[in-house]
Structures are given as structure tokens and as C-alpha cells.
Design a protein around this ligand. Structure first.
Ligand SMILES: Cc1cc2nc3c(=O)[nH]c(=O)nc-3n(C[C@H](O)[C@H](O)[C@H](O)COP(=O)(O)OP(=O)(O)OC[C@H]3O[C@@H](n4cnc5c(N)ncnc54)[C@H](O)[C@@H]3O)c2cc1C
Ligand code: SF4
Length: 328
């Protein structure tokens, strides 16, 4: 496997990035740490002739408990005890991404926008050619659900569920200006594994904002994967909430990733427990209702029935673990 030639651009300001995005519309990708994009390029997956590197754009770097620059390296977040106190589920998730080497280069923005995955997609060109390719790259059919013209590739980023449970917002910049939206609005729940984001043409992620009102909630992120030292999530569950001294919970959030083409929250279900004391029966009921809604398909290593059953188990465990976590 090799990298085909591309033209590399190295802007230093968001305005320069946006000008390049306009000039090369539809013919470029943003390059952050490259830990997802470049392996995909080596497999000849949806190559573009231009790469716009974000590394030298100062506005995108650095982090605090209120703001994570899009180019913040995961390893830097991992070393920050203040962040872990303020956002425990986020700290759990950061430590679960890949390996220390990948976290040294991998960034917050790249993690939230990581390409969706499928074992018919993350393969070499020759492997994919032998099957006639698929909808997501170079082909016209899906090997997972052949009767549909929809892609079911899985969103496999660890940070998104934890940041969703933390009510995070994302700041975006593009040819039409800047806007800030709830993180959940970044993922197109009406789309599929190909049309999976709501980003407008050329928009880049500038930063993640963590709202003060959600700081200090107890939280937990739990991840199911095959090889604990290395693998992408087969399922990721984040829980956050505020537990009072009498044991009642408020602002309960549950988010699931690693199981469908987008990560998502289940507010209509979790809000029913606001003001309640969680016991086994309540945790189990919520967990099973969420599991009913999550629909994994057979495009990762573990079987979909198993992953679906594990949604209920992981939601229940994450609720217990968040509640028993010592308050910050
Ligand atoms: C061996 C291995 C194991 C891995 N395991 C995991 C895992 O367990 N969990 C996990 O979550 N990930 C995993 N990854 C994927 C990846 O390493 C991480 O998700 C990482 O955080 C991606 O960040 P990056 O900066 O390298 O992104 P890049 O590869 O640079 O970019 C990823 C995508 O995001 C886009 N992008 C990046 N930044 C921006 C921005 N600011 N604005 C707009 N678009 C942007 C890029 O164009 C690209 O499409 C793994 C990767 C490898 C190689
Ligand atoms: S789900 Fe189907 S279309 Fe999508 S990557 Fe897999 S095989 Fe391709």
C-alpha cells in the first residue's frame, strides 16, 4: 500500500483555511493528525488531490475545561487532571482511543469527524475490487444490506458519545461564516454511513465548547472492543448526570456510539428518570428501551445481535458506575 501524490497546503489562519476550501471545493480533505485519513488514503478510499493541513492554524490548538481546540492532541487531554475532574466521561473516552502512539497525533476534531467504518470498506483496493467495490467507495452496491441503496458503515469514534452526554457544542467556520451548534447537530440522523454529517461545503471544526452548566456532572464512558489495547469501539456508551445527596438524579444523559452510522443521545427516555432514585429495575428498563432502538448491522467484528444485547448491559453498567463515582 502506498500514498498517491497530493498537493499539501499549510495555512496558518482560519481565514486562509476557508479561502483554500473555497478554491478547491469538493477536491480536498482537511488533514489533522492523519491517523484516520492517511491509512484510508493508503487503501485508496475516496482520494482527493488536495490536503489542507490544520497543524499550523493557531486558533485550532490548545485546550481548557471550557474549550477544546479542534487540533488539541488526545495525549495532551489525557494528561490534564483538571479536565478529568470537570468532565469524567470525556476523560474516560480520551484514554480509550486506540493506542498511546495514535493519541500522540490524533486530535479532537479528527476524532469527532473520523470516517465511518465497515469491514467491506476498510480494505485494500485489490480486496475491494475483488468484490466489485461498494456504495461508499468506487461501487454501486452494499454488501451488508444488498437490497437497499443505503450505507450502514459504523461511526466508531470514542469521544462523541462522551461529549454528547456533556452537552458539548461545536464551533464551525466555512465560506458562509461561523456558527456554533450542539454537537448532536453535527451528525445527520436522517443520513447514512456516507452522508453522515451536516457540515456545509468547506466547513471546518474550529473548537468544542463545554458549557459551564454541565460541568461537574458525574459521568462514565464504557467501551466494548475486541482487543482492549488497540481496537475501535464495537460499542461505546456514555452516561452523565447530577446525583443529589438523597440519591435522586437530574440532567441524566445517555449517548451511544460505535453501533450505527452516527452517535446519538436518548433524551426522551433518560429524561423520564430526572428526579428519580435509580434502582436496578429503573436502570434495567432504561437500558432495555435504549437497546431496542439501537440497530447494529453485520459490518464489524462482533455479531449485531450480540452488540445489541450489549447495549443494554453497557448502559446499565455505565449508569451504576457514574452514580458510584465520587463527585468532583
Ligand atoms: C490502529 C488505530 C486504532 C484506532 N482506534 C481508534 C479507537 O479506538 N477509537 C477512535 O475513536 N478512533 C480510533 N482510531 C482512529 C483515529 O486514530 C482517531 O479517531 C483520531 O482521533 C483521529 O484524529 P486525527 O487528528 O488523526 O484525524 P485525521 O485522520 O486527520 O482526520 C479524520 C477525518 O476528520 C477530518 N477532520 C479532521 N479535523 C478536522 C477539522 N478540524 N475540521 C473538519 N474536518 C476535520 C479529516 O478530513 C478526516 O476526514 C484508530 C486509528 C488507528 C490507526
Ligand atoms: S455498509 Fe455497505 S455501502 Fe457501506 S461501507 Fe459497508 S458495504 Fe459499503
Amino acid at each position: 500500500m502506498h500514498l498517491d501524490p497530493f498537493e499539501l497546503h499549510r495555512p496558518t489562519t482560519v481565514e486562509e483555511v476557508v479561502a483554500l476550501a473555497r478554491a478547491h471545493a469538493g477536491r480536498f480533505d482537511y488533514l489533522a493528525g492523519g491517523t484516520d485519513l492517511l491509512p484510508n488514503y493508503k487503501m485508496h478510499l475516496n482520494l482527493k488531490p488536495h490536503l489542507v493541513a490544520l497543524e499550523d492554524v493557531r486558533e485550532l490548538s490548545g485546550h481548557s475545561v471550557e474549550r477544546l481546540g479542534a487540533m488539541s492532541r488526545l495525549a495532551d487531554l489525557e494528561r490534564d487532571p483538571e479536565l478529568a475532574r470537570a468532565w469524567p466521561a470525556v476523560a474516560d473516552a480520551v484514554g480509550e482511543v486506540a493506542t498511546p502512539l495514535v493519541r500522540a497525533s490524533g486530535t479532537v476534531g479528527g476524532n469527532l469527524l473520523v470516517e465511518t467504518r465497515c469491514f467491506f470498506f476498510n480494505q485494500s483496493y485489490f480486496w475491494r475490487a475483488s468484490l466489485g467495490f461498494c456504495l461508499k467507495a468506487d461501487g454501486d452496491r452494499c454488501h451488508v444490506v444488498p437490497q437497499k441503496e443505503t450505507c450502514y458503515a459504523t461511526f466508531s469514534g470514542d469521544l462523541a458519545p462522551a461529549l454528547l452526554a456533556s452537552d458539548a457544542e461545536v464551533e464551525l467556520a466555512g465560506p458562509d461564516g461561523r456558527r456554533t451548534i450542539p454537537l448532536g447537530g453535527l451528525y445527520d440522523l436522517t443520513g447514512d454511513g456516507i452522508r453522515r454529517l451536516t457540515l456545509r461545503q468547506g466547513e471546518l471544526l474550529v473548537a468544542v465548547h463545554l458549557p459551564a452548566r454541565a460541568r461537574g456532572r458525574r459521568g462514565r464512558y464504557l467501551k466494548l472492543r475486541v482487543r482492549p489495547a488497540y481496537d475501535f469501539p464495537e460499542l461505546g456508551v456514555a452516561v452523565a448526570g447530577r446525583w443529589a445527596t438523597d440519591g435522586t438524579v437530574d440532567e441524566l444523559r445517555v449517548a451511544v456510539g460505535g453501533a450505527e452510522p452516527h452517535p446519538r443521545r436518548f433524551d426522551d427516555l433518560s429524561a423520564r428518570l430526572d428526579g428519580a432514585r435509580l434502582n436496578d429495575a429503573r436502570r434495567r428498563e432504561l437500558a432495555e428501551e435504549i437497546a431496542k432502538r439501537v440497530r447494529p448491522v453485520h459490518n464489524t467484528f462482533l455479531l449485531p445481535d450480540y452488540r445489541k444485547r450489549m447495549v443494554a448491559v453497557y448502559v446499565r453498567r455505565a449508569l451504576e458506575a457514574a452514580e458510584s463515582r465520587v463527585a468532583a
